[in-house]
Design a protein around this ligand. Structure first.
Ligand SMILES: Cc1cc2nc3c(=O)[nH]c(=O)nc-3n(C[C@H](O)[C@H](O)[C@H](O)COP(=O)(O)O)c2cc1C
Length: 393
């Protein structure tokens, strides 16, 4: 892999290791849980470049308790994953508690994160995801139960949330305090509201406010970190104890190498040429075959990564189209062999925003959801449905 020194003007920063209960994460960088992305294959690629905490795709607590094959696949870790990190999504304290107990009693995780950030309409319409912290009793019940069950195995439990439902219904400061008082090991904030989806800019000033409001628990900042320099800037501007990175590493697992360098005060940065990107794509596909045990499924999965990997590189429209519909590993090999392996790193064209963006929309909510911070009996009866078919944050 090509490694280039950054100009002397680049920022430098050294941050202490991140402490999550008994776990020490030497580089305070977290791979954001991303459904459909952060499986064992992608986590391995990222881990090979740098230190950090690599969170699995979210799993719904009900599916886990029911031991569906897909949920067991999601929580599986490679033998060399030192910190087995699992993210749970749930809408009722009893099921979340059972799922945490299962992870603890069966020794299936070293760190558990709870997802309160999903903005998808089919989830928030039922009162789940980013709509849930609005109902403070329910939110408190879920977090307290999860922390209590996790503590039985000395497993740190963290939460990840958005700022709130929309600008008029912010929940993050209150939810952060509730989580802190419940004994969480850290609180992560994505600086957007649910109604923003992935549009606009993440509000780092909210992250700074949360950091200030919770001096006694680690706070992690998330949203719009596209480079090591962005990560350093977030730490400087907000004072967070660590950063959480999602879309910025899609198609760029080497970003973890840059982040580690930056947090160690080094100015080394990965600047892969087309040959190195091509080798990563092939390796990613091979690892996905190991993950799924199914070449067809693996190749269908790698297709969505193509535009991210080749962003900014000269590939040609025809080849790009073929790569994004590649059917087999053999065809992938022959397509990658057609690339100009001498093409250098293209610079800024390969950098910057990537992945999901979307447009702001009013958040779909259950009838009367915003009228009251408590859960009505009708809402209580309806919320179970918010756990069906959930994928993402
Ligand atoms: C494809 C995709 C899947 C995601 N899945 C999850 C998820 O399972 N759990 C979660 O808490 N957040 C999920 N998120 C949100 C990210 O973890 C992160 O909060 C968000 O992308 C903002 O960070 P970024 O600007 O670094 O991407 C997902 C985001 C994307 C783009």
């Amino acid at each position: 892999m090509t490694v280039t020194d950054f100009p002397a003007s680049a920022t430098r920063l050294e941050l202490p290791p991140l402490k999550l209960g008994p776990i020490t994460v030497p580089t305070p960088v977290v791979l954001a849980p991303m459904a459909g992305i952060t499986n064992t294959a992608f986590r391995r690629l990222c881990r090979e470049y740098g230190g950090g905490l690599y969170v699995s795709e979210m799993v719904t607590s009900r599916a886990l308790v029911e031991r569906t094959p897909e949920s067991l696949r999601i929580i599986a870790h490679d033998d060399d994953e030192k910190v087995r990190s699992v993210q749970l999504y749930g809408v009722d304290p009893a099921t979340v508690g059972k799922a945490v107990r299962m992870l603890v009693e069966e020794d299936r995780a070293d760190h558990i994160d709870l997802n309160f950030g999903c903005p998808v309409a089919k989830v928030t319409r039922k009162g789940g995801g980013a709509a849930l912290p609005w109902k403070t009793d329910l939110f408190t019940g879920i977090v307290q139960t999860a922390v209590r069950e996790a503590a039985k195995g000395n497993i740190p439990l963290t939460i990840k949330m958005r700022k709130g439902i929309d600008d008029d219904h912010l929940t993050y400061l209150e939810a952060g305090r509730i989580a802190r008082d419940s004994g969480v090991a850290a609180v992560a904030l994505h600086g957007r509201t649910a109604s923003q989806f992935y549009s606009g800019k993440a509000d780092w000033s909210a992250i700074a406010r949360l950091r200030e409001a919770l001096p006694d628990v680690p706070v992690l900042g998330n949203g719009d970190i596209w480079s090591a320099e962005d990560a350093v800037r977030m730490v400087r501007e907000t004072g967070v104890d660590g950063v959480v990175i999602g879309r910025g590493c899609q198609g760029r697992p080497w970003l973890f190498g840059d982040l580690m360098a930056a947090f160690e005060g080094s100015e080394r940065r990965f600047k892969p040429g087309l040959a190195e990107v091509s080798d990563s794509v092939y390796r990613h596909a091979q690892l996905l075959i190991d993950t799924f045990g199914d070449e067809d499924k693996a190749l269908r999965d790698i297709r969505k990564h193509m535009a991210w990997y080749f962003k900014g590189y000269v590939v040609g429209g025809d080849l790009r189209a073929k790569l994004s519909t590649v059917p087999t590993l053999d065809v992938l090999r022959s397509l990658l062999d057609q690339l100009d392996r001498d093409a250098p790193y293209p610079g800024s064209d390969a950098e910057g925003p990537r992945g999901r963006a979307g447009t702001p929309k009013r958040t779909a909510l259950p009838e009367g959801w915003l009228n009251d911070r408590g859960l009505s009996p009708v809402q209580q009866a309806g919320i179970g449905a918010a756990e069906l078919d959930v994928s993402g944050g």
